[in-house]
Design a binder for this molecule. Structure first.
Ligand code: NZQ
Ligand code: ZN
Length: 385
């Protein structure tokens, strides 16, 4: 096991009707910036619950944070926050609203010339941040309990991640009832994103960390168990509650401690969203199986472990088990209605040359083996056809 330092300060308030607890979580005198997306919270009643719970606090609103939140949109919120001297941000929505709000929180007090430096420095330039709380309405990213934000810049077709411990939410409210208004595509995307987060932290080299492996396998198994009930679209509270907690636990810093991580699928996927406009999880489902095929030998130990401990495959050589893990993962993605090839989106490996070009310009060496570069990336796109 590798050395690590671990601290996660986020207070989680979980359960039915927990939005009403906002009143105890935010200072009565706070000047709150309420941030949200395109309006789902107004349609499903969450906005009303939030406004009621905030009581007579001074609340400013910034709606319209789009999926894959853009620097361009968020910069308007930064202007508003500075003008109104807000001292608390309440992000209500999915990963895009939470990520965008972390950027706003870091950008308002930012002293540098250009707040884009927050992103180009991957968060290192963040020296202070306005305190932030979240109410999650889409289980997927784990943003509610981590330091990361992924921000897009439309003008340059970039999509990049940043992270700073100053961007940990002070609290996050997780009410599974808020997920009842999600459509099947959003549910599918959330399940796949969560699953792939576990993969990026599990399917590397064997770090001899069976406790972390066991946590990860437990998230995989829970997701596989609850997926049919979640995807049925029925108001199955326990299925939604377990889904929500899986998503948070998959990317809150617990399962990655002491183990090697990959994240190449995410890095490649972010570029595919930036260039082709695919949803985050759609890109992951195309790329993950291709990365695994490309890395089959180097990942064989952990993929075989996935086959045995999660998919129940006990026969065959290590390599055969690793191959079976890839097949079963693809089958699982397909079972929730998620396509797993470029062709499903009318894309060809040749269309991905724009990403290969960017990888060459930036000198990529990604994945736990640092062996994914512009040349090998081309092979991965060929495997994803
Ligand atoms: O904008 P509104 O109207 O709220 O609608 C949203 C949006 O259209 C809708 N939605 C959210 N909750 C809803 C709902 N619709 C009905 N009922 C509800 N309860 O869902 C749509 C997608 O929302 P979005 O926030 O974009 O989805 P998601 O949570 O999947 O977030 C994706 C973003 O997070 C980043 C992704 O790259 C992407 O930009 N990620 C962030 C990570 C992190 N912070 O750690 C890690 C992830 O790997 C990921 O990269
Ligand atoms: Zn993700």
């Amino acid at each position: 096991m590798q050395n690590f330092t671990f601290q996660n300060p986020v207070k989680i308030v979980f359960g039915k009707n927990s939005i009403s607890q906002l009143d105890q979580l935010i200072e009565p005198k706070a000047r709150v910036l309420l941030t949200y997306g395109g309006g789902s919270i107004k349609r499903n009643g969450v906005y009303k619950q939030v406004k009621t719970a905030l009581k007579k606090r001074k609340v400013f609103e910034f709606g319209g944070i789009e999926p894959n939140p853009s620097f361009e949109t968020l910069s308007k919120a930064v202007e508003l926050g500075r003008k109104e001297k807000i001292d608390f941000i309440l992000a209500v929505g999915g990963g895009s609203v939470m990520d965008g709000s972390k950027f706003i929180a870091a950008a308002i007090p930012f002293k540098g010339k250009n707040t884009w430096q927050i992103i180009t420095s991957q968060g290192a330039a963040v020296k202070s941040a306005i305190p932030l709380g979240t109410i999650v309405t889409l289980p997927a990213t784990g943003s509610e309990m981590n330091t990361y934000g992924v921000i897009s810049r439309k003008s340059t077709k970039e999509k990049l991640a940043f992270g700073s411990p100053l961007c940990y939410p002070k609290f996050s409210i997780l009410d599974p009832l808020t997920t009842y208004s999600l459509d099947k595509k959003q549910l599918r995307n959330g399940i796949v994103d969560t699953f792939v987060h576990v993969c990026e932290q599990y399917a590397t080299k064997n770090s001899k960390a069976p406790l972390q492996d066991g946590f990860a396998e437990s998230i995989y198994k829970t997701l596989i168990d609850i997926a049919p009930a979640v995807m049925s679209g029925k108001k199955d509270y326990d299925a939604r509650a377990n889904f929500m907690w899986c998503a948070t636990m998959a990317l809150n810093g617990l399962i990655c401690q002491g183990v090697l991580q990959d994240w190449s699928t995410h890095t490649i996927g972010h570029e595919m969203t930036a260039f082709f406009g695919l949803a985050h999880a759609e890109t992951l489902a195309i790329i993950l199986p291709a990365v695994w095929k490309f890395e089959l030998n180097k990942k064989a130990d952990k993929l075989a472990m996935l086959a045995e401990n999660v998919f129940g495959i006990n026969k065959g050589t290590k390599k055969q088990k690793a191959e079976a893990a890839i097949k079963h993962t693809v089958k699982f993605f397909n079972s929730v209605g998620m396509p797993t090839s470029l062709a499903s989106y009318n894309l060809k490996p040749a269309d991905c040359e724009v990403i290969v070009k960017r990888a060459a310009e930036q000198g990529w060496q990604i994945g736990e083996n640092l062996d994914i570069n512009a040349n090998t990336l081309r092979k991965i796109f060929a495997l994803a056809k």
